[in-house]
Design a protein around this ligand. Structure first.
Ligand SMILES: *[C@@H]1O[C@H](CO)[C@@H](O)[C@H](O)[C@H]1NC(C)=O
Ligand SMILES: *[C@@H]1O[C@H](CO)[C@@H](O)[C@H](O)[C@H]1NC(C)=O
Ligand SMILES: *[C@@H]1O[C@H](CO)[C@@H](O)[C@H](O)[C@H]1NC(C)=O
Ligand SMILES: *[C@@H]1O[C@H](CO)[C@@H](O)[C@H](O)[C@H]1NC(C)=O
Ligand SMILES: *[C@@H]1O[C@H](CO)[C@@H](O)[C@H](O)[C@H]1NC(C)=O
Length: 226
């Protein structure tokens, strides 16, 4: 009776060691994984990718702590993540709480419920890459989108400095939560050289939240993701 269990444990342990060593050798940064489940929010640091919506595996393999909903800042702009960020959610309320006006370069969003989401626009600052997973029955397989590639050039140059032209650019993406319902493929549309978002997109919600570019010689690159 005990044998298969101990074999399983041995395998899990080996995998954990492999992941740790792998992460150490490649110097890979942990991903921040935040999930909202049954009014409970867990904020985890994971050394490896966890299968979408596998809450127990995440609790087992990652280093997680519970976050009180009231403790999450609703200020604009929201928190800024230097790590990759993965969010698991099942309704727009928790996604809005965790994502709206957050700054992050690499983002993965996984819809873990099957209830269709209403269309709500959420703003994300500085987004470079987006990956989408949806448990909705009609959804396409996982999809991804590259909004801009500046990070690749930085890595190749082995320099932490942003390319000079990016200094004056401020990236803001608006994500339509209806995209998780999977009725069409993930698409994006960018408008460059925007100095006032409300002039270009008068109907976009919260275009007044950030009305002017951060400084006179800076402009927005506005991306709609739908
Ligand atoms: C999650 O944890 C990270 C690292 O400790 C922190 O920077 C971030 O603000 C936390 N996010 C939330 C929503 O609590
Ligand atoms: C990275 O994640 C592992 C668990 O997967 C955790 O034990 C470790 O403390 C994390 N490292 C950092 C720097 O957060
Ligand atoms: C997103 O943040 C903006 C600015 O703080 C706020 O006006 C808006 O209601 C938020 N949207 C959602 C869906 O929470
Ligand atoms: C990103 O880089 C790849 C090649 O490295 C290129 O094929 C792709 O078009 C670039 N995408 C954007 C949005 O610049
Ligand atoms: C950006 O806009 C300004 C004024 O709106 C214009 O003078 C400039 O040529 C534009 N630059 C580009 C690259 O389109």
């Amino acid at each position: 009776m005990l044998r298969p269990i101990s074999k399983y444990h041995l395998m899990t342990t080996s995998l954990l060691i492999f992941w740790s060593v792998h992460g150490f050798v490649t110097g890979q940064k942990n991903t921040t994984l935040i999930f909202a489940k049954d009014d409970n929010i867990r904020n985890c640091s994971c050394a490896t990718d966890i299968r979408d919506c596998d809450y127990s595996l995440a609790n087992l393999v990652c280093s997680c702590k519970t976050v009180l909903q009231q403790a999450i800042s609703r200020a604009t702009p929201g928190p800024s993540y230097s790590s990759d960020l993965t969010l698991w959610f099942s309704d727009t309320t928790s996604l809005s709480l965790l994502l709206n006006f957050t700054s992050v370069h690499n983002l993965k969003l996984s819809l873990c419920g099957t209830t269709p989401l209403p269309s709500v626009y959420l703003a994300v600052l500085g987004l470079r890459r987006l990956r989408i997973h949806s448990s909705a029955a009609t959804a396409a397989p996982d999809q991804s989108l590259v909004i801009h590639n500046l990070s690749d050039r930085i890595t190749k140059d082995e320099s932490d400095l942003e390319p000079r032209e990016s200094k004056n650019l401020f990236y803001i993406s608006y994500l339509d939560t209806a995209l998780f319902n999977g009725h069409s493929l993930l698409k994006s549309y960018s408008v460059v050289n925007v100095s006032r978002i409300s002039d270009h997109f008068p109907n976009l919600p919260y275009s007044n939240t950030i009305t002017d570019a951060p400084s006179p010689d800076q402009t927005y690159i506005v991306t709609l993701i739908y």
